[in-house]
Design a protein around this ligand. Structure first.
Ligand code: BES
Ligand code: ZN
Ligand code: ZN
Length: 511
């Protein structure tokens, strides 16, 4: 059963979060409007078609969408030696009889699965930014994937350049074969991913705990969520020792934001979400080296993703109750900063010997996990840009998924099915044992360089309530793309793991 969605005044296919975010962030990325049609709309100025390598060479997928000029179109693509290699993009003038300015062909890998379609459409979208109305014929293969892929790929963040034109017209993508349901769903999912990207892309000069909390609260209220925000005074009074210690070195105090989607209160499963919201990670007194430190603006990628995901749950009216608990702090060295050797008390009472102030994410997450478990959710997912070890183990694009075996494997499977490609990893018992401290209940790091992603997960596991199915997703690499764009993934903020967590929410709703 589903509950009424808080999407009433939204124009079908348009971005709802963008309007809210524009009031809080200095800049946001471009959005497209998604629409549906059964044939070429009169106002279209560009058409997107899929090219594959068939038995007799180049072939158009779904030539019927183009009608009588399909053959001529194919000949034109052949004439310019268009490639059908996956994600290869070729644009040619439209043949006579097709009333648009240009036609773009994009190569799709042969099995034409949803991820192939998303990637192809995303790659094409990045090369079709000049078109006002694009007719996307890849919808004939998979309308949902064609809509999502194009709109995800069209996202571009141009930041705060003073020369940028502010009133660029919004692009529309008309997806062949889509219906209102597909349009609504794809629009909401893409808007959520774009929201997470916007937060991650915003400089820490503009996004710090107070402004981040304000923006998250505004989004939550707009989506009809219940909102609670604890400021630094409330966090001190409440005994949130992890947030107080990590946030202590900054002049900008920490926050804890809670966004509550009640869903269907008789639902069997409920989900807690927790996301690391370090708005900038200098390492603190255990200062990081200077090289690439600017990438640490992305250390709130987990927080951005869980905020976007709970808002998405509300926009689409899912039956699963979802509560996001989001710790936000800036990790700075300073006169009031915490130190190696300090002993802190996490929310809930466990004492921690601090050996490295750069292992700060687990400290703010532990407070939030304990708070989240007070609600007694059946399932809990935390996600964080937690360890450099995730990058060492799995590379830049593959999230590490750790936690209770069965739920972990299900989350990894769902993540792979939607193209975010999370991979299950173990928590070896000897790594967990190495977190024992001679002077406190635990210490925040071990002496070993090995298995850092699993050590961090072992730390977090200490704070998960009994009978809660728990998964931790480490997105240190996948949340922030420091190299080139590919498929539907832009540079900088990627929005990972929003779609993984949303798949889990929908999966829990069916049980
Ligand atoms: N935010 C970093 C992890 C990180 C590294 C994210 C690279 C994205 C890219 C985290 O707070 C951190 O510094 N972790 C330390 C932990 C160590 C001190 C145990 C790390 O990974 O080196
Ligand atoms: Zn750190
Ligand atoms: Zn960090």
């Amino acid at each position: 059963m589903s509950v009424p969605a808080n999407n009433d005044s939204a124009q079908l296919g348009a971005s709802r979060n963008a309007a809210v975010l524009s009031n809080y962030l200095p800049a946001i990325g471009t959005r497209v409007v998604i629409a549906a049609d059964k044939s070429l709309p009169a106002d279209a100025d560009a058409v997107l078609v899929a090219l594959i390598d068939g038995e007799d060479g180049l072939e158009l997928v779904a030539p019927e969408a183009i009608g009588s000029v399909a053959e001529q179109l194919l000949a034109s693509f052949e004439a310019v030696s268009a490639s059908a290699k996956a994600e290869s993009v070729t644009t040619i003038p439209a043949p006579a009889g097709l009333d648009v300015d240009s036609v773009t062909g994009v190569g799709v890998s042969e099995d034409l699965d949803a991820e192939d379609i998303r990637r192809a459409c995303g790659a094409a979208a990045r090369r079709m930014t000049k078109a006002k109305v694009v007719f996307n014929t890849l919808g004939a293969i998979d309308p949902q994937a064609a809509a999502e892929g194009f709109a995800l790929g069209a996202y571009a963040y141009s930041g705060q350049k003073s020369t940028e034109e502010s009133n660029e017209a919004t692009q529309k993508v008309v997806v062949l074969g889509a219906d209102d349901d597909v349009v609504k769903r794809a629009s909401a999912i893409v808007d959520a991913v774009a929201t997470a990207r916007d937060f991650v892309n915003t400089a820490s000069s503009h996004l710090y705990p107070e402004t981040f909390a304000d923006a998250a609260a505004a989004l939550g209220r707009d989506a009809g969520l219940e909102v609670e925000v604890l400021d630094d005074d409330a966090l001190r009074a409440g005994g949130f020792g992890g947030l107080n210690a990590v946030g202590g070195g900054s002049s900008r105090g920490p926050r804890l934001v809670r966004l509550i989607w009640k869903g269907d209160e008789s639902a069997e499963n409920s989900l807690g979400l927790v996301g690391k919201g370090i708005t900038f990670d200098t390492g603190g007194i255990s200062l990081k080296p200077g090289a690439s430190m600017e990438n640490m603006i992305s250390d709130m990628g987990g927080a951005a993703a869980v905020i976007a995901t709970v808002v998405l749950a509300a926009r689409l009216g899912v039956s699963t109750p979802v509560t996001a608990t989001v710790p936000m702090a800036e990790n700075m060295p300073g006169g009031k900063a915490y130190r190696p050797g300090d002993v802190i008390t996490q929310y809930g009472g466990k004492t921690i010997e601090i050996l490295n102030t750069d292992a700060e994410g687990r400290l703010v997450l532990a407070d939030a996990i304990v708070r989240a478990c007070e609600d007694k959710p059946t399932h809990l997912i935390d996600t964080a840009t937690l360890t450099g070890a995730q990058l060492v183990a799995l590379g830049e694009r593959t999230p590490g998924v750790l936690g209770n075996d069965e739920f972990r494997d299900r989350v990894a499977e769902l993540s792979q099915s939607i193209g975010e490609n999370g991979w299950a990893m173990p928590i070896p018992v000897e790594l967990a044992e190495a977190l024992k401290s001679p002077v406190a209940d635990l210490r925040n790091v071990t002496n070993s360089r090995f298995g850092g992603m699993s050590v961090a997960a072992a730390y977090l596991r200490e704070f998960v309530g009994e009978d809660v199915e728990w998964v931790h997703i480490d997105v240190a690499g996948p949340a922030f793309n420091t190299t080139g764009e590919y498929g539907y993934t832009p540079k900088r903020g990627t929005g990972v793991p929003v779609r993984t967590m949303f798949s889990v929410i929908e999966d829990l709703a069916t049980k």
